[in-house]
Design a protein around this ligand. Structure first.
Ligand SMILES: [Zn+2]
Length: 93
């Protein structure tokens, strides 16, 4: 099972927020957001591992939650309430 420990973010075109464009795996190696989404759509289970070992399942979101953005698909996590395991809270690389 792929476990994501860090994420790569790039600014949106208008600079108002950032998008996750890639992930780093615990066992080493980088994947693009598109590769993660393809894996999830094949039925693979992808998880985050945040501080203290907290973990959440990665899900595909139809589009970016930022107002007036609409870029998609994006990555989100479920449950999404934990700051320790939320994909948006992972360290950057
Ligand atoms: Zn966006």
């Amino acid at each position: 099972m792929p476990v994501v420990v860090r994420v790569r973010r790039t600014p949106a075109d208008d600079g108002s927020h950032r998008h996750i464009v890639g992930v780093e795996l615990r066992e080493g190696g980088l994947r693009t957001t598109q590769q993660v989404i393809v894996g999830i759509s094949r039925g693979e289970v992808w998880r985050t591992q945040g501080t203290g070992g907290a973990s959440a399942r990665i899900r595909e979101a139809e589009c970016c939650p930022a107002v007036d953005c609409g870029l998609g698909p994006c990555l989100t996590t479920a449950p999404d309430h934990s700051a320790a395991s939320n994909i948006d809270a992972l360290r950057a690389y």
